[in-house]
Ligand binder design. Sequence first.
Ligand code: ASP
Length: 439
Amino acid sequence: MAKVVKFGGSSLASAEQFQKVGDIIRADKHRRFVVPSAPGKRFSGDTKVTDMLYACYDLAAAGKSFSKELKAIKARYDEIIEGLMLELSLEEEFKTIEKNFKAKMGRDYAASRGEYLNGIVMAKYLGYEFIDAATVIFFDEKGEFDAEKTNAILSHRLTECGLAVVPGFYGAKPDGTVKTFSRGGSDVTGSIVAKAVRADVYENWTDVSGFMIADPRIIDSPESIDVITYKELRELSYMGASVLHEDAIFPVRQEGIPINIRNTNKPDDKGTWIVGSTCQKSKYVITGIAGKKGFCSVYIEKDMMNSEIGFGRKVLQAFEDQGISFEHVPSGIDTMTVFVHQDEFMNKEQQVVAGIHRLAKPDVIEIEADIALIAVVGRGMKSTRGTAGRIFSALAHNRINVKMIDQGSSEQNIIIGVADSDFETAIKAIYDIFVTTKL
Ligand code: ASP
């Protein structure tokens, strides 16, 4: 049996946190493959080592002095090493880093050092083998993750060694240049490692006891989710629920490996299980609610649109030509609306409108900004009548105007568009109707 354990930055921010992690790993001999993040914040207002590295490298790239900043980063590691009473010096590593910063090795290289160094410390602390991710995680020339090559080399390497630490967040391109995933990408590394060793479970240790039904910044102490499917999670994380990087699902999903989100500070909590499919009913009809503000709608009207073959394609072409991806496209008889991210769309708005005029010759185009999209997700919705009815009556009772409704064909999600200013009230209303009143 093999478990892959990934620890987030807050779980590794200090020697004290490292000790908790050590206790967790030693409590179960199956926890054989460890993926650490870089040290995160020790207290609110603190700076993550990854952010310190980016800032430090930006000085180096601008040809300015960065020795003070690099020293502050080294001090973060030395504090951990001393607190754990390890016989380890990172002196040589930091000399190399300084040299490479001067040689302008790139921002990805710089950021990756956070995980790299933490991996060295972790391996020493546990007595596990350290494997530099640049030798086992691969990207292609274009910077796309190379799943096939990685899986072949990584699984071979890991079955050889048995107990290993693989730092998260980065890998290498064919020419050896270091490349990182997007922020929070150590979650992705954990998933890739779990796939490579065909782990029984991928434990993702963080500072919360799993996923909440709704964002705790909006709902006061929301209930947590015991079991969620990959599909549900994908919908929720796409719509802004954070805890796990949205790409972390794919590698394990292909292998049917469950993910267990756990809390380093409360190791006895069961956390959330993310699984392929389950016969376990969720406690409520809905599994979770998530949403994002800042969308724009582009409303297009044209007489007889419905009988004009290719109209939709021409409209979407205008967005594609400007490199803008769309979120939703609800349509009526002679109308269609395209929802896009406002910040992406703003600068190219006029080019897109001109493109639609040129390609599709519509009668009317109207743009509306500041729209929020809310996803209500749940495998229980498929078999329950009246879910949509309950959502919309809750919104109506709270005097919220619904601008868009889109029920995904999976019947597992309903997406609702409201004004940005109604966002929080709408989430509260939906949470109340399903969870607080337990309908
Ligand atoms: N340290 C990186 C970040 O802050 C990656 C990670 O923690 O997953 O984004």
